[in-house]
Every structure is written in structure tokens, then in C-alpha cells.
Design a protein around this ligand. Structure first.
Ligand code: SAM
Length: 250
């Protein structure tokens, strides 16, 4: 089957790497696992063998019959033919959400999951390495930005295995990396839309000062009240300061 660029299809073909990903996911019989974008099923066999309850979320019409034939006789697997951006996790369970994500929509998928973090035990995703670097960046680093603040607010984020393009068919143009996101046990209670909107404005123009970027919504006094110098650049302000600032203005 020809890979579809518009669906971000780069299929894993390296068994050694697939084994390493499975070790990171560490599926067990108690797990409820959701795989986003299973493709032809590169990792399903290994997830299924653990006895975990497994739900597959795949959008591509042409992959549905293939997945159905190969995997739907296993009684621990359910297939949902749907858009992962519309995924709603059922209340009352704690899911492991995994997947080699379609890179063109990895950010909105991550934000959708962030809003449902209460139902998540752990996430293990393959992303572009550059996106993993951004998510895991520290304040003061040039790639610290919106995604770093939003995801570090709710998750402990670890960049793991780096994977070269040759591990996929077709080979992407960039390196990939596995990221593990584990919900934090202690979370500052900030309404997510308020934090999201603040951070969006704060990073609108990275070369401007925070005072300039936020001049429509935040006063100098409010910035100073959470220990921010109004002349700081947005990427030098830490996650806790963004959380405090969002609380001050919401
Ligand atoms: N997991 C497979 C592998 O590693 O070989 C395939 C990974 S491929 C990078 C991304 C997968 O996500 C494809 O199967 C693609 O059809 C699927 N996909 C793309 N957009 C999607 C969406 N909005 N919702 C669900 N699946 C999607």
C-alpha cells in the first residue's frame, strides 16, 4: 500500500526499534492501551500479546480492512475508524496512550490529550526529534516555548530513544524520538484555557519582551507580583511563573 503523505504515514520497519519501543511502553495485562495511528500494525502484535485491553484509533479507510483481518479476532482488541483529534477518553479508567504519531498533527493530538490528562496513566509517542526537544526544553533555551510550558505544566516529559529515518518506510526527512509523558502527581490548579491563551500571547513574538507581548492582558504590577521582570523575553520565564501569572489574571 502506498504511504499517504497527507496522513503522515511513515511505517516502522525495524524490529529492533519496535522491541525497544515495546520495552518503554511495558504493556501488562492490567493496562488499558490506546494506540493512535496503528498503521499496518507494527506494534500491535506485541501489545496484544501482553493481554492488555487495546483500542486502535485509525483514520485511513484503506487500513481498516487490513487491521480488521489481521487483528480483530483477538478479543482484547477494538478498532475505531475515527480521527484521533476527536478522541474522548472514557471516564473512570487510566489509559496508556501510545503511537507513532502522524507528524503533521502531532501538536493538536498532544493538546487534545493534555485536556484529558486526568484519564491518562502514561503516554509514549514517537515524534519528530525537534518537537521532543521543544517539549522537553528548559527555560532560557531557545526552543523553550508554548508546547514546553503547556506539556510541562501537566506532565513529566522525558526524551528517550532517537531514531534515524531509515527505520521507516518511507523514510522521513528528519530524525525521530520517543517521548514519555507521565502525569505529574502535584499539579498547580490553573484552568487550561487560561494558561493556553496566556502562553499563546506571551510567545507571539519571541524577540519582544514579555511586557510587550502581554501588554493587552497583563499589567507590569501583575508581572512583578510573580517575580517576572517586564523586560524578560518569553523563553526565560519558567513554567511555575506562567502558571502563577495565569492564576493572577483569570
Ligand atoms: N503505527 C504505524 C507504524 O509505526 O508503522 C503507523 C504510524 S504513521 C507515522 C501514522 C498513522 O496515523 C498512520 O497509520 C495514519 O493513517 C494514521 N493517522 C493519520 N492521521 C490520523 C488521524 N487524524 N487520526 C487517526 N489516525 C491517523
Amino acid at each position: 500500500m502506498k504511504a499517504k503523505k497527507r496522513l503522515g504515514q511513515n511505517f516502522l520497519q525495524d524490529d529492533g526499534i519496535i522491541n525497544n519501543i515495546i520495552k518503554i511502553i511495558h504493556p501488562t495485562i492490567e493496562d488499558h492501551i490506546i494506540e493512535i495511528g496503528p498503521g499496518h500494525g507494527a506494534i500491535i502484535t506485541y501489545l496484544q500479546a501482553s493481554g492488555a485491553e487495546l483500542q486502535l484509533i485509525e483514520l485511513d479507510d484503506d487500513l481498516i480492512p487490513i487491521l480488521t483481518n489481521r487483528f480483530l479476532h483477538f478479543n482484547n482488541i477494538t478498532l475505531h475508524h475515527m480521527d484521533a483529534l476527536k478522541l474522548r477518553l472514557a471516564d473512570g479508567l487510566s489509559y496508556k496512550v501510545v503511537g507513532n504519531l502522524p507528524y503533521n498533527i502531532s501538536t493538536p493530538i498532544l493538546i487534545n490529550m493534555l485536556y484529558q490528562a486526568n484519564a491518562i496513566k502514561q503516554m509514549v509517542f514517537m515524534l519528530q526529534k525537534e518537537v521532543v526537544d521543544r517539549i522537553c526544553a528548559n527555560p532560557g533555551e531557545k526552543n523553550f516555548g508554548r508546547l514546553s510550558v503547556m506539556l510541562q505544566h501537566r506532565f513529566d516529559c522525558s526524551g528517550l530513544l532517537v531514531i534515524k529515518p531509515e527505520a521507516f518506510i518511507p523514510a522521513p526527512k528528519v530524525d525521530s524520538q520517543i517521548i514519555m509523558l507521565t502525569p505529574k502527581t502535584q499539579v498547580t490548579k490553573v484552568p487550561l484555557p487560561a494558561l493556553e491563551s496566556l502562553v499563546k500571547q506571551a510567545f507571539q513574538q519571541r524577540r519582544k519582551t514579555i511586557r510587550n507581548n502581554l501588554k493587552k492582558t497583563v499589567t507590569i504590577q501583575q508581572l512583578e507580583s510573580v517575580g517576572i521582570n517586564p523586560n524578560q523575553r518569553p523563553e526565560t520565564i519558567n513554567v511555575s511563573q506562567y502558571e502563577q501569572l495565569a492564576l493572577t489574571i483569570c
